[in-house]
Write a protein that binds this ligand. Structure first.
Ligand SMILES: *[C@@H]1O[C@H](CO)[C@@H](O)[C@H](O)[C@H]1NC(C)=O
Ligand SMILES: *[C@@H]1O[C@H](CO)[C@@H](O)[C@H](O)[C@H]1NC(C)=O
Ligand SMILES: *[C@@H]1O[C@H](CO)[C@@H](O)[C@H](O)[C@H]1NC(C)=O
Length: 459
């Protein structure tokens, strides 16, 4: 079975070296890149120098003076931490077949960047510098707020102390900060984001993989917004347990469609009730019918949001599939992510066709997506960082509206059930029967994935 992955097209390994003062959103960008690439099955990992530093120096004694460029002891610790992070990254490239490693640190001086460059070259790793440069005070203040409320450096610290101390830390870094320079660094591969993406300088991007990363970061924005997800209402096929097809909604499915506008309004809350959402559906009748009572003007159909193509099994029930193609049935249960239906698709195939959707989704503001079980699982897995072996087994019930609120370091999930019964379309591993039994650990694990997803997000 051919497996698509960018890293198979060219044999490239990249070290993304973050550059920038504290509170410029570097960690956030680094984590998003890792989540995006992992979702695309590209082995990537973030190495945060701050975490290494905290392991070396007991946290209690650290305040801004530790970062004073004249503090020799502090300087030594910081260099050891950076060296340890780079060493671990180089090991990871070799021992775990790493493809994209991200060095998350300020790397704010030319001398340090030079050193990283040499280590990368000696190990045949392509270095790519990614600088977040920012002088927009409102943005910086927002970032400071995020850092001081989430950084391990300020756990249990007084809030005004944290703000003051962090501002002082930034001042110390500013004394020695050298930004990426179009003339001095002309031979290096680098991207410089100026005030998020108001202006972007791109220099000497060489591989396809690098260009994918650049394209991704170009699409990121940080405006607050929410994403709502819903499956289509119960369809006539679901009543008889058939998969695929292009059926109409059942009577109960229509009831869900009529209830949906109210669910959305409740979820928006009183003060935002006039907010206009963009609606995306697939090209199949059941998602469009589900969207048909929503009062919003912007509605878009995407072929890429269509349900997983079951190929020769389209229109069959799981029992019929088990009887007709017993080996396929078992193969799918054994590795649901990779299994491709005869003449149809696998979950991996869906992820590949969803990539442009994810890219566009990053650019969008408030949006509601009405689509199908398998597609929703893949979109959800991207936002919540759900591992591949689990995502195809997640339970996403019918007649439920899911709300995702992306925050700086996590995504908050909530779900609202419309009180309209529907058949269960969840199939557990190892059976052709639909429905969730309370004894199955897989089903309950999957339920946990969604219900406790706010804790999942923090992992
Ligand atoms: C529900 O029905 C639709 C067809 O209307 C089908 O695509 C989908 O796979 C069904 N869900 C399940 C899990 O049976
Ligand atoms: C769906 O409903 C329309 C209009 O009632 C009907 O013409 C069409 O045949 C139905 N489609 C299916 C697949 O049942
Ligand atoms: C939403 O769209 C409607 C109609 O297109 C418009 O009248 C309304 O002002 C918009 N609301 C907001 C909050 O932008």
């Amino acid at each position: 079975m051919p497996v698509y992955s960018i890293s198979h097209i060219e044999n490239v390994r990249v070290c993304v070296v973050m550059v920038g003062l504290p509170a410029r959103g570097k960690s956030l960008i680094a984590q998003k890149i890792v989540r995006y690439l992992s979702w695309l099955s590209i082995n990537s990992k973030c190495f945060n120098v701050g975490a290494y530093r905290r392991a070396l120096v007991s946290e209690k004694g650290i305040d801004a003076t530790f970062f004073d460029p004249r503090n020799k002891v502090g300087l030594e610790y910081r260099e050891s931490a950076a060296d340890a992070a780079i060493e671990d990254m180089m090991k990871w490239f070799v021992e775990e077949n790493g493809v994209v490693g991200i060095l998350d640190a300020t790397n704010s001086q030319v001398e340090r960047r030079e050193r990283i460059l040499q280590i990368c070259r000696a190990n045949y790793i392509e270095p790519m510098f990614l600088e977040s440069w920012c002088d927009d005070q409102a943005l910086i203040l927002q970032n400071i707020f995020d850092v001081k409320t989430t950084s391990p450096d300020y756990v249990n610290k007084d809030e005004s102390f944290a703000t003051h101390d962090f501002l002082q830390r930034i001042k110390y870094y500013e004394e020695t900060y050298q930004t990426m320079d179009k003339v001095r660094d002309v031979d290096l591969t680098f991207v410089k984001l100026i005030n998020v993406n108001s202006q972007i300088i791109i220099n000497r991007i060489e591989s396809y993989l690098e260009s994918r990363i650049v394209y991704y970061v170009m699409n990121l924005h940080i405006k607050p917004r929410c994403i709502w997800l819903s499956r289509h209402g119960e369809s006539e096929y679901n009543l008889t347990g058939r998969i695929g097809g292009d059926a109409n909604l059942s009577e109960r499915g229509w009831r869900y469609a009529k209830r949906l506008p109210e669910l959305v309004l409740n979820s928006l809350g009183e003060e935002n009730k006039h907010t206009n959402l963009t609606i995306w559906t697939s090209t199949l009748a059941r998602t469009q019918q589900t969207a048909s009572f929503l009062p919003y003007k912007k509605k878009l159909q995407w072929k890429a949001l269509d349900e997983l193509d079951a190929g020769e099994c389209d229109g069959m029930t799981y029992e019929e599939i088990e009887a007709k193609f017993p080996e396929d049935f078992k193969a799918r249960d054994d590795n649901k992510y990779e299994y491709r239906y005869r003449g149809g698709e696998s979950y991996r195939d869906i992820v590949i066709r969803l990539e442009p959707i994810i890219m566009e989704l990053e650019r969008q503001e408030n949006i509601l997506i009405i689509t199908h079980q398998a597609v929703l699982r893949c979109i959800y897995a991207y936002f919540m960082n759900v591992p591949q072996e689990e995502s195809p087994w997640m339970s996403i019930p019918l007649h439920t509206l899911i709300k995702l609120e992306p925050r700086a370091y996590s995504t908050i999930v909530s779900q609202m059930k419309a009180d309209i019964p529907a058949v269960s379309t969840y199939k557990e591993r190892g059976t052709s029967q639909l429905g969730e039994s309370s004894i199955s650990s897989y089903a309950s694990k999957s339920r946990d994935l969604i219900n406790n997803s706010s804790s999942l997000a923090k992992k």
